[in-house]
Write a protein that binds this ligand. Structure first.
Ligand code: AMP
Ligand code: MG
Length: 535
């Protein structure tokens, strides 16, 4: 197994001088060195062939003992120094202080095809940031992270990736519903990859401690490494100042913030497009690269319900419900702005970025919804058409994925016949009363009229719609079925779903059974509609 190892993060950023693995507050450092825990009986469950190739490995490599041991933390490769990152975060609207990689350990960086990947294990043991928890992960949450990160990637949504899923062989105690009934579950380890695992909280922690020096170090590193185009732009605009100053200045920080805002908006608009609910959009779970990160109690909309969240920990306030995710990103960006402020000391530029986000949020949401409807041009009244559709979708329980996929078959010549076209999306046809049918038919008429004014052909529209409205998503119950089987040692469904979700927009006739509404047994089942942060 040959990997092109690199260590830019640890060589450019300050380390915690203490190397003992004890739980503590870590100051003036971006990470602490830590060795992953030895596991009882590591066993690989699944490896992603695409990601192996991405980092320059082969399927053959993945069969080696070294691969198993490295990607479960049992062997530390020579010349590598695993570490856990220090960060803080706002959790559910409140500053939570230091959080950090409590159960993630970065192994090393791999450079392949000119891309630098950070390789991280999730569930490989305690770190200085584990607080009161064990640093471990259970099989169910690991299957969910593994399958969903790859599903998101193939949907075309920016995300961290997952390379491997393994059992640790250890038992892990968890109280799934936090109701005083803890039980042992199988421990597991996912290896995940991203160009960076830095989060908004990686910057907030230093601002909260008034440690402007380390804040500047980590922000400058992030700009140089991940946003290098910003340096060239601002330098050319500042020819009058000395080269050193011109490299990264206040304007660069504002532009950096603007780029992060743009990427974060792009990410969340994709979530709204496919019906993905993250579940825990705390600022420690917001990637500085605008990647979907930390797959915990996430879920997929089945019935179109803007107020839905799968996270039982958030069931009272529903802060992270589907419909308000773009607003939450804005709130999180506001926290990032506060963290960057000490480097800029002027609010104006940051405020302008936030104001622009607020405007763009509505514009891009509207544009995304137009694409779901196959509209190729813009009309003033599209917002009304879309609002009325969203209202209709909530009149009775209506499956989001099936509705939009089947809408591509819309009959423009006889609008009133379209209830038949989308009828599979309704969970209970009996609930679709005459009044509701009338409302739908009115909408179908407006939509038909709108389509007639749209310049593209029906064929082009259908093709466009099928490229933005997925046929297959990782419905909550599908992941749970794969977990139930995996718990019994049967990994075939993981393999089936992994392959199915590589082509979410394609017709896959042999997999048609997964293009179906959630079965009734899954409606209120733990793991299917209800998930907690316990993982
Ligand atoms: P999350 O909301 O799952 O992203 O986690 C929030 C914080 O709790 C992060 O700092 C995690 O590293 C930490 N955490 C979550 N689960 C565990 C665990 N089992 N052991 C140690 N730390 C954990
Ligand atoms: Mg997290």
């Amino acid at each position: 197994m040959k990997l092109n190892i690199n260590n830019t993060f640890t060589s450019q950023l300050p380390a915690d001088p203490i190397t003992e693995n004890s739980r503590r507050q870590v100051t003036k450092a971006c990470y602490s060195y830590v060795t992953p825990k030895q596991t009882a009986k590591p066993e690989l469950i699944h490896v992603s062939p695409e990601l192996l190739e991405t980092i320059g490995l082969t399927n053959q490599d993945a069969k080696s003992k070294t691969f198993l041991n490295v990607f479960t933390g049992n062997t530390v490769l020579e010349n590598t120094t695993p570490y856990a990152m220090c960060y803080g975060g706002h959790q559910f609207g409140h500053w939570a202080g230091q959080l950090g990689d409590g159960r993630a350990i970065n192994l090393f960086e791999v450079e392949h095809d000119n891309v630098n990947w950070k390789v991280q294990l999730k569930g490989a043991g305690a770190t200085p940031y584990s607080r009161t928890a064990d640093g471990l992960a259970v099989l169910r949450s690991s299957v969910r992270e593994y399958l969903c990160s790859e599903a998101m990637y193939h949907l075309g949504i920016p995300t961290t990736r997952a390379l491997s899923l393994a059992l640790s062989g250890d038992q892990v105690l968890r109280d799934v519903l936090y109701n005083g009934n803890p039980d042992y579950e199988k421990g597991a380890i996912v290896s995940r990859l991203a160009p960076s695992f830095l989060r908004f909280g990686s910057f907030e922690i230093f601002a909260s401690r008034q440690d402007t020096a380390t804040l500047k170090t980590v922000v400058d590193y992030t700009i140089k490494t991940h946003y290098p185009h910003l340096i060239a732009t601002s330098a050319s605009k500042n020819t009058a100042t000395s080269h050193q100053e011109a490299e990264i200045n206040k304007q660069t920080y504002v532009q950096f913030f603007n780029d992060v805002a743009t990427r974060s908006l792009e990410m969340v608009i994709h979530w709204q497009r496919v019906g993905f609910v993250h579940g825990v959009m705390n600022t420690d779970n917001m990637s500085i690269l605008g990647l979907t990160i930390d797959y915990g109690p996430y879920g997929w909309l089945e019935g179109y319900e803007p107020g839905w969240t799968p996270n039982t920990t958030d069931s009272q306030h529903k802060r992270y419900q589907f419909g308000t995710q773009p607003d939450i990103v804005q709130w999180n960006l506001y926290q990032l702005a506060n963290a960057l402020y000490p480097l800029i000391e002027e609010a104006e530029g940051l405020e302008a970025v936030l104001a622009n986000y607020a405007t763009q949020k509505d514009i891009q949401y509207l544009q995304m919804m137009r694409s779901k409807l196959g509209l190729s041009n813009q009309e003033q009244l599209d917002a009304n058409l879309i609002q009325e559709l969203e209202d209709c979708l909530q009149l009775t329980e209506t499956d989001m994925t099936i509705f939009f996929r089947n809408l591509a078959l819309f009959n423009t010549t006889t609008p009133s016949q379209n209830l038949v076209v989308v009828k599979d999306a309704f969970y209970n046809l009996k609930e679709v009363s005459e009044a509701i049918k009338t409302r739908w038919n009115l909408w179908f008429e407006s939509y038909a009229e709108r389509l007639q004014r749209d310049p593209i052909s029906a064929e082009a529209r259908i093709k466009n719609m099928n490229s933005v409205n997925p046929k297959y998503v990782l419905r909550n119950y599908m992941a749970q079925l794969a977990i139930d089987d995996a718990d019994k040692g049967d990994y075939r469904l993981i393999e089936e779903l992994f392959n199915l979700l590589k082509h979410p927009y394609a017709e896959q006739p042999k997999h048609e059974k997964w293009f179906a509404k959630r079965p009734e047994w899954a409606r209120n089942k733990v793991g299917c509609s209800m998930l907690s942060c316990s993982s």
